[in-house]
Design a protein around this ligand. Structure first.
Ligand code: 13P
Ligand code: SF4
Length: 370
């Protein structure tokens, strides 16, 4: 007698069949799963996602809003995260253990997050301990980092920040200890600390490939903020010359950029803020106002479409899109949803509890900072 097959014995549906499905069929199938699963399913979408994906998100947001939503997710049993890997990890750490977090394509990473790893940060910490008292340093990781680096911060009295709360987090950090080690984004660290009045010569750059991070002992002793040598390759593309060009061509245009842009760009801009701030600022601006926006292309194109009464331009003449965010597409979304609904979930992101515990400590500190 053949044994009865139940859902848990089924192999997951393979992805290949989804690649060639027409967009309308993918959309119909995605909507059908959403209707079938109801409140048990929450689809989160980061603002950089393409329109073809974001239309299915129950909630869109910047990194802060999405992590807060995950932390407060009520009855749902599964979160499908249309974003990148560190965002799915963060959601897993902050949700109840019975909630599965799914990233539709596991190759959707973040090149900036890859610029700092636990071994290099621990090596830097012990090198620093030879020169300064590390109990005087608050480690701060940008949320764009792996869970084990968030865990490092949790274990060492540190904290996580996002682009929307970096200043408040640095203030919290300095209330604990006189110095900060900030990773992986040098630009967010520098732009934020400088706005707080910290001089550039108290912010040495730590290059993990060089002895003492490429610094003299004196530079480390006089440091207030040690900046990790990491950056976002997308935001690196915006240059002060682009701002000058726009100002010449569109007198009165306002320039609004993300704080991952380099300092010379942030200094030349009119306004700076997270993706959520950028959307809100333009949405609330008067009709007829003109904007040049320095952040990811999909967000800017959508902003232009949603604000037809304003002029919304992309700040760079080059295409600056986040190629890893773009890996989440309707075929991957439909594939992960159909597997989830039939009981053969794929691409579950699960952070081991030993790491998650300390990462959660650092994330909760962040969520408590106003
Ligand atoms: P936000 O937190 O502003 O959404 O930024 C996330 C990000 O990865 C920007 O590159
Ligand atoms: Fe990472 Fe840059 Fe993409 Fe943001 S835009 S997810 S920092 S690579």
């Amino acid at each position: 007698m053949p044994s009865l097959i139940n859902a848990t014995d089924l192999a997951p549906l393979p992805f290949d069949a989804y690649r060639s499905l027409p967009p309308e069929e993918l959309a119909t199938r995605i909507r059908a799963i959403k209707a079938e699963m109801g409140d048990a399913l929450l689809i989160l979408g980061h603002h950089y996602q393409q329109d073809e994906v974001i239309e299915f998100a129950d909630l869109r947001g910047d990194s802060y809003k999405l992590s807060q939503t995950a932390a407060e997710s009520g009855d749902c049993r599964s979160i499908v995260f249309c974003g990148v890997h560190f965002m799915a990890e963060t959601a897993d750490i902050l949700t109840r253990p019975e909630v599965d977090v799914i990233l539709p394509d596991l190759a959707a990473g973040c090149s900036m997050a890859d610029m700092a790893d636990l071994d290099s940060v621990e090596a830097a910490w012990s090198d620093l301990a030879e020169i300064i008292d590390v109990s005087e340093i608050t480690p701060v990781t940008y949320i764009n980092s792996t869970a084990d680096l968030k865990g490092f911060c949790g274990r060492h009295g540190g904290i996580v920040c996002t682009s929307s709360n970096a200043k408040a987090v640095l203030e919290w950090s300095f209330a604990q200890r006189p110095r900060v080690l900030f990773f992986p984004d040098q630009h967010l660290g520098r732009n934020t600390a400088r706005k707080m009045g910290i001089p550039l010569n108290n912010m040495p750059l730590w290059d993990p490939r060089l002895p003492l991070g490429g610094n003299t002992e004196e530079a480390l002793r006089s440091s207030k903020v040690l900046l990790w040598k990491g950056h976002c390759s997308v935001h690196q593309m915006f240059k002060p010359a682009h701002i000058e060009e726009f100002r010449k061509q569109y007198p009165g245009i306002k320039v609004l950029v993300h704080p991952e842009c380099m300092m010379s760009v942030v200094d030349a801009a009119d306004l700076v803020g997270s993706t959520e701030y950028i959307l809100k600022t333009v949405a609330e601006a008067p009709s007829g106002s003109q904007w040049a926006i320095g952040t990811e292309l999909h967000l800017v194109n959508r902003l232009a479409n949603e604000n037809p009464d304003k002029l919304v331009k992309f700040l760079s003449p080059m295409v600056c899109m986040c190629a890893t965010m773009y890996r989440i597409d309707p075929p991957h979304l439909a594939w992960s949803l159909e597997n989830l609904a039939r009981g053969t979930p794929v691409n579950i992101v699960k952070v081991p509890e030993a790491t998650a515990h300390w990462a959660r400590v650092a994330l909760k500190r962040m969520l408590e900072v106003q």
